[in-house]
Write a protein that binds this ligand. Structure first.
Ligand SMILES: Cc1ncc(COP(=O)(O)O)c(C=O)c1O
Length: 404
């Protein structure tokens, strides 16, 4: 008899959301049905009253109202908790809603200081500056992908630290261990956006992080057909804060989207492997192409964070995301290249089964000025590519003809 506790992550992901055999006379569906109900009935008001506590007397989850939790989101949250090795998880209607709740759960308040990577996803910086800064929260944006990150943290003494495992679009890595150790020493809450890596490549809680957020719109859903987010907590105390904010803010994931997310999880391992393999081949191809000036991919030995990637990520896999600078570093050249693509899609997202190409100055970094882009090292000819799961020869052929 195999024990579920001994299963590898790949096996656990595939079996996430699978029902257990029940005594239903009509047979047990293999996959959990979608629970669209907004409310849940009990055989007495006393039982309903108990259900408000969240668990049955037997310790099973009890549901009363969909915004507070329901069997569909519960399944997805349990699967993500297992995948990340956390104490629990709360799902949201989008990655941004998850980030918002994570910051609130971390105890943000007037006078608090958030220290964050300066090259975070643009909307996350927008959330800090447009929502939290006006409430008296100090936002400090610094390069946290540097080897002296512990000193930066010591110097700034923040209350909350927010980083991304891999930055966008220049795919720099953060040293999760150094950050969590320095943060614990000053009592700061650590939050990491692990959207680009997913638990298949790295599990930040094992590296000492408090909260892990994902835009599940990306690799977790994986098929470009659903929007969602999740916060996984390392502790029960932070988890209950996240749950409270989810209920109050109402930014919940619908049972229909949840169904797609749980389905996506089952093939996450296969997709991450294929996308990482494709990205590695694409990076090598672009590196030797005369129309390309520079390639950014942590799998390349000359990438400044290649060794860090070897330490943090699943051996041999460096993710599906890369960027490159065209030799002709102009917006016109970038647009011309993207308009010439026939298989790769010029779309503003990443992590889908399709290969996607985007121009950061008009998408993820749209609100940044030219000068800010320069400071971040994002050139006018920078293209971000999210490798899909197509046959890599077809992707390379398309890139070749478009670069030509
Ligand atoms: C790293 C990262 N975090 C968060 C988000 C926001 O996710 P969502 O669009 O699901 O709100 C994105 C979106 O592109 C992202 O790239």
């Amino acid at each position: 008899m195999t024990n579920k506790k001994d299963w590898d992550l790949e096996t656990l992901l595939i079996h996430s959301g699978r029902t257990t055999l029940s005594a239903l006379p009509t047979g047990t569906p293999t996959v959990q049905p979608i629970h669209a109900s907004t409310t849940y009935l009990y055989d007495s008001v006393e039982a309903l009253d108990k259900a408000f506590e969240g668990t049955t007397p037997e310790g099973e989850p009890a549901f009363v109202y969909a915004r507070h939790g329901n069997p569909s989101t519960n399944t997805f949250e349990e699967a993500m908790t297992t995948a990340e090795g956390g104490a629990g998880a709360v799902s949201f209607g989008s990655g941004m809603a998850a980030i918002h709740a994570a910051i609130l759960a971390a105890g943000v308040a007037p006078g608090a200081k958030i220290l964050a990577s300066k090259d975070l996803y643009g909307a996350t910086i927008g959330l800090f500056q447009k929502v939290f800064a006006p409430q008296g929260v100090t936002i400090v944006l610094k390069d946290l992908c540097t080897p002296d990150v512990a000193e930066v943290i010591e110097e700034e003494e923040p209350d909350i630290i927010f980083v991304e495992t891999i930055s966008n679009p220049l795919v720099k890595l953060v040293d999760l261990d150094a950050i969590s150790t320095a943060s614990r020493a000053i009592g700061a809450v650590t939050i990491v956006d692990s959207t680009f890596t997913t638990p298949y490549l790295v599990r930040p809680i094992e590296h000492g992080f408090d909260l892990v957020v994902h835009s599940t719109t990306k690799y977790i859903g994986g098929h470009g057909d659903s929007t969602g987010g999740i916060v996984v907590s390392a502790t029960n105390a932070l988890l209950s804060q996240v749950r409270n904010y989810a209920i109050i803010l109402g930014a919940i994931l619908s049972p229909f989207e949840t169904h797609l997310m749980t389905r996506g999880l089952r093939t996450l391992a296969l997709r991450m492997e294929r996308q990482s393999q494709n990205a590695a081949r694409i990076a090598e191809f672009l590196q030797q192409h005369p129309a390309v000036a520079h390639v950014y991919y942590p799998g390349l030995s000359e990438h400044p964070h290649h060794e860090l990637a070897n330490r943090l990520l699943r051996p041999g896999l460096y993710g599906g995301l890369l960027s490159f600078d065209l030799k002709e570093q102009t917006r016109e050249a970038a647009f011309r290249f993207m308009d010439s693509l026939q298989l790769c899609l010029p779309a503003t997202t990443l992590g889908d089964v399709f290969t996607l190409v985007t121009y950061p100055p008009i998408s993820s970094h749209r609100t940044q000025t030219k000068r800010e882009l320069q400071e971040l090292g994002i050139s006018e000819g920078c293209i971000r590519l999210s490798a899909g799961i197509e046959h890599c020869d077809d992707i390379l052929q398309d890139l070749e003809q478009a670069l030509g």
